[in-house]
Design a protein around this ligand. Structure first.
Ligand SMILES: NC(=O)c1ccc[n+]([C@@H]2O[C@H](COP(=O)([O-])OP(=O)(O)OC[C@H]3O[C@@H](n4cnc5c(N)ncnc54)[C@H](OP(=O)(O)O)[C@@H]3O)[C@@H](O)[C@H]2O)c1
Length: 243
């Protein structure tokens, strides 16, 4: 059934940036579907937002598992008939990833499957429902490490972080943003990449220098863009990031 209340899906919402993005978007009155591959962790995260009086619901979603992607899309269609906001947030860094001379091929493969193929599968499954919303937003949670320009700059503060699989996966995710924004240029749908910045989460054993609130800000802004907002961009909380 079409609904007037906006519906958002955040992937990897049980912790870290995905959890914070879910909370902040739900606080604006949006119904938030919290995607998680682990049912117990997902339901625990949902319970925290429901305890705050927010409209949050668990959605079982492993973005590398075609069956759960299809089931999640079917459930959103049956329950809501449309999707207003998709945040492709779920991502990994693999411990066997590393610089080009030593990165494990299996690790590069695993990383691309989650960080690149996952968002493609989720986006393709949900695009029919995003088209049914009046003005949908898609945010791909990228990274400054996905910037080819910054990877080639020895003075970039993240220059030490040469993870062939991870950095390539985010560069590829940026290509999804650019190409999808182009494909949807004559629709009200906006597609953008967010760089959270180096943020203390489990992804980096909490070594990141920003708080989770700071690291979530740009993703939230892009998820709630007004109709005159941009599409096909790559930005962090301080502005445009070079591709
Ligand atoms: N933290 C940073 O400094 C930083 C910087 C730039 C970009 N990012 C990006 O920000 C996003 C969120 O990362 P984070 O820092 O919040 O990391 P995090 O705390 O480790 O959270 C990652 C989330 O992704 C989920 N996930 C991983 N693989 C999944 C799959 N196959 N299906 C569904 N969910 C899956 C995890 O679920 P489980 O709990 O089940 O593992 C978890 O909920 C990632 O895309 C990351 O690359 C982070």
């Amino acid at each position: 059934m079409p609904t007037t209340k906006k519906i958002a899906l955040i992937t990897g919402a049980n912790k870290g940036i995905g959890f914070e993005v879910s909370k902040q978007i739900a606080r604006t009155g949006v119904t938030v579907l919290m995607g998680a591959r682990n049912k117990a962790a997902g339901e625990e995260a949902v319970a925290k937002l429901v305890a705050e009086g927010l409209d949050a619901r668990f959605l079982h979603l492993d973005i590398t598992d075609a069956a759960t992607v299809a089931a999640a899309a079917a459930k959103i269609e049956a329950d809501f008939g449309q999707l207003d906001i998709l945040v492709n947030n779920a991502g990994i860094i693999d411990h066997a990833d590393g610089p080009p001379s030593t990165a494990s091929l299996d690790a590069v493969d695993r990383t691309l499957r989650t960080n690149f193929f996952g968002p493609i599968a989720v986006t393709q499954a949900l695009l029919p429902l995003l088209r049914k919303a009046p003005a949908a937003r898609i945010v791909n949670v990228s990274s400054g490490l996905g910037s080819l320009t910054q990877n080639g700059d020895p003075n970039y503060f993240g220059a030490f972080a040469k993870f062939l699989g991870y950095n390539s996966s985010k560069a590829a995710l940026n290509m999804l943003t650019v190409q999808l924004a182009y494909e949807l240029r004559d629709t009200p749908i906006k597609v953008n990449s967010a760089d959270p910045g180096y943020t203390a989460t489990d992804l980096n054993e909490n070594r990141g220098t920003q708080t989770i609130e700071e690291g979530s800000a740009e993703t939230i802004r892009l998820a709630l863009l007004p109709d005159d907002g941009p599409t096909g961009t790559y930005s962090d909380k301080d502005g445009i990031v070079p591709w």
